[in-house]
Write a protein that binds this ligand. Structure first.
Ligand code: SF4
Ligand code: SF4
Length: 174
């Protein structure tokens, strides 16, 4: 044992230093908050639970499957029957919230929302069905706030595409 170490041991200096630090922190502002009674503002563009978009009260999804194809976690399952989307499911426990499904969708039919409060002890609650996803649209993307959030972060990138000047383009039947 060195002399310095010996002095530290008999004077309990490390304990006093630790207690001084604890005392200083007791007087400083707490960084923790009392969730769920207190909440922090959500960061812009937060990637929360998914929603299937609606337009005029009707779902926009046509079941093309592009979102399921691009999904790196392969957690989207879609089946179509009689020309309609019969099943649209997302397994939230496998999702990594990359947002690729949103980017791939040519119709802006799927979106991420700001909702992060969906933890559950039941695995079934974390399987998002078409009905749950559509109701998420009404719950989290309805009204002006949802409109702004959707247009700012989750609108289809296809809206940015333009026909280059001079390129022959189909303009519909005359
Ligand atoms: S956010 Fe990513 S991982 Fe989650 S469903 Fe969409 S594509 Fe798949
Ligand atoms: S959400 Fe979009 S990409 Fe996915 S199946 Fe529906 S229309 Fe196609």
């Amino acid at each position: 044992m060195t002399f310095k170490h010996f002095i530290k041991t008999i004077t309990f200096i490390e304990i006093f230093k630790g207690m001084a630090l604890t005392f200083r922190k007791m007087l400083s502002r707490a960084v923790t908050i009392q969730y769920p009674t207190e909440r922090r503002d959500i960061a812009p563009g937060f990637r929360g639970q998914h929603a299937l978009a609606k337009e005029g009260g009707r779902q926009k999804c046509v079941g093309c499957g592009l979102c399921a194809t691009i999904c790196p976690s392969q957690c989207i399952k879609i089946t179509r029957a009689k020309g309609k989307v019969e099943k649209y499911e997302i397994e939230l426990l496998r999702c990594i919230y990359c947002g690729f499904c949103v980017e791939a969708c040519p119709y802006g039919a799927i979106s991420l929302t700001e909702n992060y409060e969906y933890s559950s002890y039941n695995k079934d609650d974390l399987l998002m069905t078409k009905e749950k996803l559509l109701s998420n649209w009404d719950k989290y993307m309805g009204g002006m706030k949802g409109d702004v959030y959707y247009k700012k972060f989750w609108r289809p990138l296809a809206e940015d595409f333009e026909t280059p000047p001079g390129q022959v383009a189909y303009r519909g039947k005359k």
